[in-house]
Structures are given as C-alpha cells and as structure tokens.
Design a protein. Structure first.
Ligand code: ATP
Ligand code: MG
Length: 403
C-alpha cells in the first residue's frame, strides 16, 4: 500500500515541536508500526498490538534502543533514530515500556580519553532530553550502570559463533578494513580488539536483557538486530524459551550520508567534523558545513543517489527535516530543479536551522543548567532499568543452572 506508506513517511519526518506531542488515533499508530517494521522482522513480533503469549494473555510491548556517547548526535542520528524514539514515546500505549540507553560500554570499543568520555556521557543524556524524550515516560539510563547487560553478554558469548561474528561489518568499517577482511588475517589480528569484535553480542545482550519487542534503529544496525534474533532463538532452543525475538523499526530516514564522502554514512566517529551536522551546531556552522559539502558539477538539481550521491543527500536531509516541502525527495528535487548548487545549499541549511533550533536551545539550557537535574534523570532511569534487566537475568541464570 504505497499511498499509506507515503503519508506515514511524512508523519515520521515531522519535528518534535510541531507534531510529536500530537497523538495519532490508535488505528493509524498501529498502521505506522506495520509500515516501518523491517522485512527481517519475525512474524511473531511484527505487530504493534500486544503480543499474545502461550498462556493466552497479552504481553505489552517493550521498546529499547541506544546511542553511543562518542560525540554530539548528528542529523543521521536525529533523523534515523532519535526523532523516531520520541515519536514512539508520544504514541505508545500506556502499558508499553520504553527504554533508551547511552551505550557507554560500546563507546569504549575504540580508545576514548577518560575526561572526554565523561563529558560525552553527560552531553548525550542532555541531547536525549533536548530532542524530546520525557524521563517521566521513558526510562533513560547509562548502559554501564546496569551490570546485568555485561553479565548477559558473557553468558551469550559462551555460545557465540566466531564465524558469524567475523562476517559482521562493524569491526571492519571501524578499522577501515575491506569487506572481505578476516579476523585472523595478519593485518586484522594485530589491531583487532576482542571488545570491538564481540560488540554485536553485547548489543544483543542490551536488547534481550529487557526482552525488547521492538528496536528503532538506522539501517546500519539491521545486521546487528538480525544477529540479536539469532542469539535469542539459539538460547531459547538450547534452554527455555525466555528471550524475546525483537523486531526492527526502521525510520524513513534510514541512512543519512556524510557531507564530505557521500558514499559513506554520516558518523560521530568520522575524524572530519565537516562530514556531519550536529544537533548542537549554530546556524552559521550549519551554513558553513553545507556550503563545503561535496556535490558535483552537473547543471540543475535532480535526485539520484547512485549518480549524484552528494546532491541527493542534501535533498534527502531537507525532505526529512520538513516533510511539508514536498511529497517525496524526487518531487522536491523537481521543484528545486532550476536552482544553482549555491542556492540549493542555502535552502537546505535554512531548513535544517528552522527545525533544529529548538533542540539546540533546549540542549544549551540543560547543559548550562543545574547538573543535578541530569544526575537525577539517570538515577531514576537506572533504578527502573535495573528492575527490568534483573528480572530477565534471574530467569536466564535459572535456565542455565547458575541459580
Ligand atoms: P559511531 O560512529 O560512534 O558508531 P554513529 O554516528 O554511528 O556513531 P551510533 O551511536 O552508533 O551513531 O548509532 C545511534 C543510532 O543512530 C543507531 O540507531 C544508528 O542506526 C543511527 N544512525 C547512525 N548513523 C546514522 C545515519 N547516518 N543515518 C541514519 N541513522 C543513523
Ligand atoms: Mg555507529
């Protein structure tokens, strides 16, 4: 049903200030869930309606996702994940649990300066509140404060296949190795750390420890979600069916590309700060970065991610920031077809500024406000997340004979 999808896409792209507070009618909200679930989702969990259990009762949904404190969130994080988290929060049924984590244990899979990491952990918490997460409704916490994440990681590692993990792309991309790299190649072996290699097992533990039914992420995480389902079904098969197979929720802005290398995704860990727009950037910085974005010298504006990745990424960002500008990126490009590259860049920068300004201002007031506010939010989140994680860990320990 393409028409329905188009409408839903437009709803997904609205900024928090305009529509995030408005609740959709339940039927519409349910349809949205169906339309954005990844095709990888197992049929048993691919619905937003409460899931029937074997006992005939209904299990409420649990939504979980996380972001690494490896720098301020960029537009890829915002459009691909954070804005979707807020939308899900604002539309969730009262019985739905929402958990959003600052994945600090993942951040240390690459070397971090302790004082910078300490700052980034706080700033990421502030960013989550600034984009519109409500600590009274969503459980917001630092991953490392819940030991059960690490304990389940170890338990799952004991049955994790090296072969499967070696095919995952994350460690290769973080080490800038080719797609066909093998962990035992001499070039990889010397530099590859165990933590980076087993990162997907920790990510599976993060999701499974809360028995999440739905995980909203960008497209780069679909492989990891697939792995989390494999791990859960392997455990359930080997022991007792305790773990929930999570469904992936992909935002319409699945993959925002780097401004400097538009064939690569925008990333916090890219060494070039000009490759990304941060949600904390000023209007002047946004203009400067967009102005220096790599495009091409073809005359006129068109949307074609294969032959014109740089221009198409700019169109995509503008479209996703403000869905009221057109029906689709192709139609938006058509409306702008006669603009010069310079004029297009100015329009894109102004659209981003218009829709990110509120987030930036909220972020500044939190970061420069009372530090205790953030500490209290984390403390409360940790208390609730611990209850959720400990309940699963108890069942897992019983199932494997560690009780
Ligand atoms: P790092 O470079 O440190 O891995 P990152 O920018 O990839 O940082 P993560 O913390 O790994 O960000 O991911 C947080 C969320 O943002 C995930 O759901 C991920 O799928 C999503 N995400 C990251 N980059 C993009 C992007 N360019 N487009 C869309 N979604 C993205
Ligand atoms: Mg990442």
């Amino acid at each position: 049903m393409p028409r329905l999808h188009l409408n839903l896409h437009r709803v997904c792209c609205r900024p928090p200030s305009s529509s995030f507070s408005a609740r959709l009618p339940p039927v519409f909200a349910r349809a949205l869930f169906h339309s954005t679930l990844s095709s990888h989702s197992p049929p048993s969990t691919s619905t937003s309606s409460p899931t029937p259990t074997s006992a005939g009762t209904v299990a409420p949904q649990v939504i979980f996702s996380a972001i690494q404190p490896t720098g301020a969130p960029h537009l890829g994080n915002y459009l691909g994940a954070l804005r979707q988290w807020v939308k899900l929060q604002n539309e969730a049924l009262p019985e739905t649990t929402l958990l959003y984590s600052v994945a600090d244990l993942h951040a240390i899979t690459l070397r971090q300066d302790p004082s910078i990491l300490r700052e980034w952990r706080k700033q990421m918490l502030a960013s989550l509140i600034a984009v519109g997460l409500d600590p009274k409704r969503s459980i917001i916490f630092h991953q490392s404060a819940i030991p059960a994440h690490s304990e389940l990681h170890w338990i799952l590692s004991c049955n994790a296949s090296m072969g499967y993990l070696s095919r995952m792309t994350q460690w290769k991309s973080k080490m800038a190795l080719p797609e066909n790299a093998n962990p035992l190649d001499t070039s990889s072996k010397a530099k590859l750390k165990l933590g980076l290699f087993s990162y997907p097992v920790l990510q599976a533990a993060d999701i499974l420890i809360h028995r999440a039914t739905h995980v909203p992420v960008g497209a780069d995480q679909t492989q990891h979600l697939e792995y989390a389902r494999e791990v859960a079904s392997g455990f359930n098969h080997l022991h007792t069916p305790i773990l929930t197979l999570p469904s992936t929720i992909l935002s319409p802005a699945k993959r925002i590309m780097s401004l400097t290398q538009p064939l690569k995704k925008m990333s916090k860990s890219d060494p070039d700060p000009k490759s990304r727009i941060l949600i904390t950037d000023t209007h002047a910085t946004i203009k400067r970065k967009i102005k220096s974005a790599l495009t091409d010298s073809i005359e006129g504006i068109t949307y074609d991610p294969v032959t014109r990745p740089g221009v198409s990424n700019l169109i995509e960002m503008m479209y996703c920031m403000d869905e009221s500008v057109a029906e689709s990126p192709v139609l938006l490009a058509n409306e702008l077809k006669d603009l010069s590259m310079r004029a297009l860049k100015e329009k894109v920068a102004d659209t981003i500024e218009l829709h990110i300004r509120d987030v930036r201002e909220r972020y500044e007031s939190i970061v420069f406000g009372d530090a205790k506010v953030l500490m209290d939010i984390n403390e409360e989140g940790v208390r609730k997340a611990k209850q959720s994680a400990d309940a699963t860990l108890k069942l897992v320990r019983e199932a494997i004979g560690l009780d």
